[in-house]
Write a protein that binds this ligand. Sequence first.
Ligand code: COA
Length: 153
Amino acid sequence: MQDVIIREEERGDRVEILRLLAGSTLPISDLAEAPNLGDDTEPAFVLAVRGNTVAGCAALENAGDARLLRSVAVSEDERGRGIGERLVRERIASAEAGNVQTIYLLTETVPVWFERFGFQTIPRAEAPPGVRESTEFRSLCGEGATLMVRRGP
Ligand SMILES: CC(C)(COP(=O)(O)OP(=O)(O)OC[C@H]1O[C@@H](n2cnc3c(N)ncnc32)[C@H](O)[C@@H]1OP(=O)(O)O)[C@@H](O)C(=O)NCCC(=O)NCCS
């Protein structure tokens, strides 16, 4: 079996990303099929790729001075192998490399899993304006979604 490589999204990857997210019942309606890669209004995706197959993905979206971690998914047949962890740690490192320490996320499924990366649950009322304005917060993640924040290493 070939090793998994973590790399940034390239042109032509988005169809596979959308397929993976939809298969994981995560929101896709605000994700363009042909994104303007490198545009800072677009979520910045990294992929886990095994051979020619996309095994996982994770994205960082700008949210004011902070970032929103979203669209973290691993295909069912690749789960439990540390791929999700590699993707999340890479996105955290990327935010920190850009001098951003504060990362938010919304999850309806795995708040306990995200605690291992230093995220803590906070009331939705504490979401800063940049997060409130995000499509995820306003419409895609239901009222029941847990808001979490990681404020630094
Ligand atoms: C959450 C997800 C990304 C994890 O990916 P993964 O590659 O399987 O994760 P890893 O292999 O790095 O971690 C697996 C670990 O998480 C644990 N885990 C799995 N589901 C969990 C849950 N619901 N709550 C807490 N821990 C969980 C596993 O027991 C395993 O623990 P271990 O490391 O002690 O053995 C994957 O299950 C997934 O795509 N889920 C559907 C989409 C989703 O809910 N995404 C998150 C919302 S944005």
